[in-house]
Ligand binder design. Structure first.
Ligand SMILES: Cc1cc2nc3c(=O)[nH]c(=O)nc-3n(C[C@H](O)[C@H](O)[C@H](O)COP(=O)(O)OP(=O)(O)OC[C@H]3O[C@@H](n4cnc5c(N)ncnc54)[C@H](O)[C@@H]3O)c2cc1C
Ligand code: SF4
Ligand code: SF4
Ligand code: SF4
Length: 554
């Protein structure tokens, strides 16, 4: 929208009084009963990100083409932006103010753009403070363990990781298929950690090769993040004829021979992300997968994005069906399927599936894979580490377990969740461990800043514009390959998208308050505004004209 008034020549300009003297002779400040306060606040996207990523702050440097500075800001909160920039569900985007104006900002794609810039440039290793002399053991090298190692190392502690598998990464390596997350991305992001001096010992499993109590004296603190790898049971006859979804994905990611599935009819039981990855992987190896799920699509726990992709890959979804029996007949597995209907909501808030009496039928498959959820291996720890409900317990705010000096997080405590939430457990546990080692109260946390709502954004300063989206392989192309299906934004696309951001709550020195103040009471120093209260009349124009909600009248 254009609000400018144009004059053809100087004679059309209205007469105005001009003074060559300084207005500073008249102190007018005492007139006001409200005063403007200039204060950066949290953008709702940053607040919604479990890591508190400083989103408008690093976007500012994308626009400035200072990607080194953008990288530094991003790495403060998230050591693995090239990973989360690919697989994060992007909680930040749900909170984005811009979606109430036209379309949300493609925050995850911008994160990936800077993450890939860091990988291509080579990591500039963060300066590590001098060694604190404290030794920390991290058990498990998924995103929680790796992120905790990073956050602890940058505080100057020495970190060793023990990992059960022969390679690090957890679900990132052995679960998520490479068409969504190529393995060289994690190898290159993890390389930074080794260059920082973090050590890893693989093929070392808690509960098998060592016990927690034998190591408590050798380390000053321990962080346990061994994930949730135990497949839940359906508790039905013939369950042992079924394969495990996570195990299947692990075999694919390890490069094992899976040619037995080619051309075969495969049922995948479940509606979560693992189920979507299983069927989309099967499609790529020319099998004929189908989803069997006991509720409707609206209750599916899988991300909408992944569900939509599975459907457009051409995978049938059989909804409101529950397998109640599996039997072997010749070379086939026959599933007995019970038709379901939805009842009242259960404890998860989703409507409970109820069997329709007598609606039972049989269906024949070559293979049946179940992906109905995973849980923590509670046998890995002695009982004093478990909560009252018998599951591993750590405090949500601090990550502290019941045993002093031992902390835990990620899927091991929360159950199957997301990469960014696992990293967030690492972030808070690292803060607590650092405080614990210094003998400080581990519960202390900075108060969160106020958030800028859409109502505080002055949208007069923005034009409606469509969001920039990354290039993706077509359906026909993607179902033939394990190559990455979504591409990284080009620099000009990234700058264009970063420019759409309102920069909610973060002053990007646009100068509007300075220009519009009728009393010249906004001072401008080091490219930042401040208020000269001796002259400010409290008219509120600066607050009204600030496009991003930085100034409030109080
Ligand atoms: C197939 C699949 C797809 C997913 N897709 C996404 C996605 O797209 N986006 C998203 O955000 N999240 C996704 N998730 C969830 C996400 O990957 C997890 O929430 C996250 O990896 C949890 O991190 P973690 O470090 O707690 O555990 P894990 O990643 O499970 O890592 C645990 C590590 O501990 C090791 N370990 C286990 N037992 C022992 C032991 N006894 N001793 C020593 N080491 C041990 C494991 O080998 C592993 O390396 C997906 C999950 C699955 C299963
Ligand atoms: S980590 Fe995820 S939620 Fe956080 S800013 Fe990145 S994409 Fe958004
Ligand atoms: S407009 Fe920008 S700063 Fe505001 S919520 Fe969206 S991404 Fe964050
Ligand atoms: S526009 Fe100027 S005079 Fe008015 S409240 Fe702001 S600083 Fe004070």
């Amino acid at each position: 929208m254009d609000k400018r008034i144009s004059y053809k020549d100087i004679n059309e300009l209205p007469e105005v009084a001009l003074s060559t003297g300084s207005t500073k002779v008249l102190k007018t400040g005492s007139w006001k009963n409200l005063k403007p306060v200039i204060e950066d606040k949290a953008a709702p996207c940053s607040k919604a990100c479990p890591l508190g990523t400083k989103i408008p702050q690093y976007f500012f440097y994308i626009i400035e083409k200072n990607l080194d500075r953008a990288a530094d800001i991003l790495l403060e909160k998230n050591p693995f932006p090239a990973i989360t920039g690919r697989v994060c569900p992007a909680f930040c985007q749900i909170g984005c103010n811009r979606k109430r104006f036209d379309e949300r900002i493609s925050i995850r794609e911008l994160e990936r753009f800077v993450g890939d810039y860091i990988l291509n440039r080579g990591y500039k290793i963060k300066e590590i403070p001098s060694d604190t002399g404290k030794k920390i053991l991290v058990i498990g090298s998924g995103p929680a363990g790796m992120a905790a190692s990073y956050f602890l190392r940058i505080k100057g502690h020495s970190v060793t990781i023990y990992e059960r598998e022969s390679l690090p990464g957890g679900v990132l390596r052995y679960g998520i298929p490479s068409y969504r997350l190529p393995k060289d991305i994690l190898d290159r992001e993890f390389d930074m950690l080794y260059k920082m001096g973090i050590k890893i010992e693989t093929n070392k499993a808690l509960g098998k090769d060592f016990s927690i109590d034998e190591l408590r004296d050798k380390f000053d603190a321990i962080f346990i993040a061994i994930g949730a790898w135990v497949e839940k049971k359906m508790k039905i006859e013939g369950e042992d004829l079924m394969l495990s979804g996570l195990h299947f994905l692990k075999e694919v990611n390890e490069g094992k021979d899976i040619s037995k599935f080619i051309g075969k009819k495969v049922a995948c039981i479940g509606g979560g992300n693992v189920a979507m990855d299983v069927v989309r992987t099967l499609k790529r190896i020319k099998a004929n997968p189908e989803i069997l799920y006991r509720r409707t699509e609206a209750e599916m726990p899988a991300l909408e994005e992944e569900r939509e992709k599975a459907k457009s890959d051409g995978i049938p979804f059989h909804l409101l069906v529950l397998p109640i029996k599996a039997q072997k007949k010749n070379d086939k597995i026959v599933l007995t399927l019970q038709k379901m209907q939805l009842g009242e909501p259960d404890s998860s808030g989703r409507r409970r599936p109820i069997p329709i009496e007598g609606a039972v039928y049989e269906e024949e498959y070559d293979f049946v894979i179940k992906a109905i959820g995973e849980e923590a291996d509670r046998s890995a720890l002695p009982s004093e580490y478990l909560g009252d409900d018998g599951w591993p317990f750590a405090d949500k705010k601090t990550g502290a377990m019941k045993v002093k000096g031992v902390f835990a997080g990620g899927d091991f405590i929360q159950g199957p969740s997301t990469v960014v939430e696992a990293e967030s457990w690492a972030q808070k546990a690292a803060e607590s461990i650092d405080r614990f080692l210094k003998g400080e109260d581990i519960n202390v946390r900075e108060a969160p800043p106020k958030t800028v709502s859409f109502m505080l954004i002055n949208t007069d300063y923005f034009n409606k514009e469509k969001a920039v989206h990354p290039f993706e392989l077509s359906v026909e192309e993607r179902i033939q390959t394990f190559d990455e299906e979504v591409k990284t934004l080009q620099e000009e696309m990234a700058i264009k998208e970063a420019k759409r951001c309102f920069s909610c709550g973060y002053c990007n020195s646009c100068g509007n308050c300075f220009v519009y103040c009728p009393d010249m009471s906004i001072l401008w120093k080091d490219n930042r505004p401040s208020v000269d209260y001796d002259f400010c009349k409290g008219c509120g124009i600066c607050a009204k004209e600030c496009p991003r909600g930085i100034i409030q009248m109080v």
